[in-house]
Ligand binder design. Structure first.
Ligand code: SF4
Length: 465
C-alpha cells in the first residue's frame, strides 16, 4: 500500500451552535407551492405562527395552503384530546380545500410534550380518507432547509411500488410536458433516443422550470428521468422499486437519501450537486459513469457557460468571501465561487453530513488545489459571536449571512449578501449559474456605485471603556 500524504486536507471544526438560521418549518412556504394538491398543518404555538407569518412576507396574503394548529394550555396539560382536536381541524381542511395529502409538521412543542403524531396519523388517515404525512421539522433538531429533508424523507416512504394501468396516463406529467404539441410517432422516435439503463429518480424540490432544464440536460446524454421526488402533485409521486438509482439535487437531503437507500433499497449516486457549471458537469458525468455512458459535449457546454459569465467573474476574481452558514448550500456555493477565482477562509454550515456530501467535499478540495487557493476551514454549528470577531480580523470582501447580521455589518463597512436568497433563487444547472453570480455581485456593484458618497461606515467608533 502506498502511503501518499496530501499536503493539505480540509479541516473541520465544530463550535457552539449559537447561530442564526430559519426554523425548518419554513419549508412549508416552498413545498406547498411545489406540491400543488397538498396542505401543510403546522402543529405548534404562536411562536411558530409569528415566525411563518413574518418570514413569508407577501405570500401570506395569497391564501396559502398551510395553517397553524395552535396549541392551547389545555392541549399542553393534556386536558383536551389531541386526536379529537386534530380530527376537527383536518375535517375542516378537507371540507374547505379538499387536498390530496395533509402534511403535519411537528414542532418543538409537540416534541417536548411528546405528542404522538406518528401514532395518531394512520388512524385519522383511515377515518377521514386523506393521506396524512408526518414530518418533525422542528427547531430543536434541524436548521432551515433540513425541514424539506424531513418532509421528503416521510414522502419517500409513500412512493408507490407499482402504478395501476389507469393511473399511468395521469402520472406521465413531465414526459407529457416535454412532448407537448408533438405527434405520437415523434414522441415514440424520441423514446428510442434514450440509452438502456436502470430507472433513475431524482430527489429535491426545485421550481418547475429547473426540473425541465435538468431533465432535458440528462436527456441530451440519453438518460431518462423516471420521476422526481417530490412531483408537482402528491398523486404523482414517483414509483420506486428495489434497485432503482436515485440522485440528490441539494446538499441538505441526507435523511431522504438514507431513507431511499435503507427503506426503499435504492442505490444512491453520490455526486457533487449541480450548482454552478462545474458542479452541473460533474453531476451529469457521475450519473453517466454509473450507467456506463460516455458523456457528450459537456466540456464545450461548460466552457461556453464560463465564457458567458466572464463579466461577472471579473468583479469577484481575487476577492474573499466568508460564509457564516445557515442553509447547508454553503459547500457547493463556496466550491463554485472558488472556481470563479474567489478565496474563502471559512465556511460555516449548520450540519455536515460527510458521507452524503463526500463527492462535493472532494470537489471542493480539488478546486482549491487547481485554483491555488488555500483550503477553507469548515465550521459546523458555528458561533455567530466568534464569527463576527473573525470577520473583523479577516476583513473579507463579502460576507454571506442572514438578515440579523447583514445591516449591522454593512454599517461597519463590510459587504454582505443575504444568504436566504440562495434558497429561493433558481441556482441549479448550467443556465442558472448566472443567477448565482447576479446575487453574489449585487452588493459589490451597489457599493461600488455608491462609493463616491463616502458613507461606507455608519456607526460611531466604539467607546473604549
Ligand atoms: S424553533 Fe420551534 S418553536 Fe420556534 S418556530 Fe420553529 S418549531 Fe416553532
Amino acid at each position: 500500500m502506498t502511503n501518499t500524504v496530501t499536503p493539505e486536507a480540509l479541516t473541520f471544526e465544530c463550535e457552539t451552535g449559537n447561530y442564526h438560521t430559519f426554523c425548518p418549518i419554513s419549508c412549508v412556504s416552498w413545498l406547498y407551492q411545489k406540491i400543488e394538491d397538498s396542505f401543510f398543518l403546522v402543529i405548534g404555538t404562536k411562536t411558530c405562527g409569528y415566525f411563518l407569518q413574518n418570514a413569508m412576507g407577501v405570500m401570506i396574503f395569497a391564501e396559502p395552503r398551510y395553517a397553524m394548529a395552535e396549541l392551547e394550555e389545555g392541549d399542553i396539560s393534556a386536558k383536551l384530546n389531541d386526536y379529537d382536536e386534530l380530527k376537527r381541524l383536518c375535517l375542516q381542511i378537507k371540507r374547505d380545500r379538499n387536498p390530496s395529502v395533509i402534511v403535519w409538521i411537528g414542532t418543538c412543542t409537540t416534541e417536548i410534550i411528546k405528542m404522538d403524531l406518528e401514532g395518531l396519523a394512520p388512524k385519522l388517515e383511515s377515518e377521514i380518507g386523506i393521506p396524512i404525512v408526518v414530518a418533525r421539522a422542528n427547531g430543536l433538531d434541524y436548521a432551515f432547509t433540513q425541514g424539506e429533508d424531513t418532509v421528503l424523507a416521510a414522502m419517500a416512504a409513500r412512493c408507490p411500488k407499482q402504478v395501476l394501468e389507469a393511473e399511468k396516463e395521469e402520472r406521465a406529467g413531465i414526459q407529457k410536458l416535454l412532448s407537448f404539441g408533438r405527434k405520437k410517432e415523434e414522441v415514440a422516435a424520441e423514446e428510442s433516443e434514450y440509452v438502456e439503463h436502470p430507472p433513475l429518480v431524482l430527489f429535491g424540490s426545485l421550481p418547475d422550470p429547473v426540473v425541465t432544464q435538468l431533465t432535458l440536460e440528462l436527456k441530451k446524454q440519453g438518460i431518462k428521468v423516471s420521476g422526481w421526488l417530490p412531483a408537482k402533485r402528491y398523486t404523482e409521486l414517483p414509483v420506486i422499486e428495489e434497485g432503482y438509482y436515485v440522485s440528490g439535487l441539494n446538499p441538505f437531503l441526507s435523511r431522504t437519501a438514507t431513507t431511499l437507500m435503507r427503506r426503499r433499497k435504492c442505490k444512491l449516486i453520490g455526486a457533487p450537486f449541480p450548482i454552478g457549471p462545474d458542479g452541473s458537469r460533474a453531476w451529469i458525468e457521475k450519473i453517466c459513469s454509473v450507467f456506463g455512458i460516455e458523456p457528450k459535449g459537456l466540456a464545450e457546454r461548460e466552457k461556453q457557460i464560463w465564457d458567458n459569465l466572464e463579466d461577472y467573474i471579473q468583479l469577484i476574481r481575487g476577492k474573499s468571501v466568508f460564509f457564516m452558514g445557515d442553509n447547508l448550500l454553503e459547500i457547493s456555493l463556496a466550491r463554485f465561487l472558488i472556481r470563479c477565482g474567489m478565496t474563502c477562509s471559512e465556511i460555516g454550515i449548520p450540519y455536515m453530513d460527510k458521507r452524503y456530501q463526500k463527492a462535493e467535499l472532494e470537489m471542493l478540495e480539488k478546486t482549491c488545489q487547481e485554483m491555488g487557493a488555500t483550503l477553507p476551514k469548515i465550521i459546523e454549528k458555528p458561533d455567530n459571536y466568534n464569527q463576527i470577531q473573525r470577520i473583523y480580523e479577516l476583513k473579507p470582501d463579502l460576507v454571506i449571512t442572514g438578515m440579523a447580521h447583514a445591516n449591522p455589518l454593512e454599517a461597519r463597512g463590510i459587504n454582505t449578501k443575504w444568504s436566504v436568497e440562495f434558497t429561493f433563487a433558481q441556482i441549479h444547472g448550467f443556465t442558472n449559474a448566472r443567477d448565482i453570480l447576479e446575487l453574489v455581485t449585487r452588493p459589490l456593484r451597489r457599493n461600488h456605485a455608491l462609493k463616491d458618497l463616502g458613507w461606507d461606515k455608519l456607526v460611531k467608533e466604539e467607546a473604549n471603556v
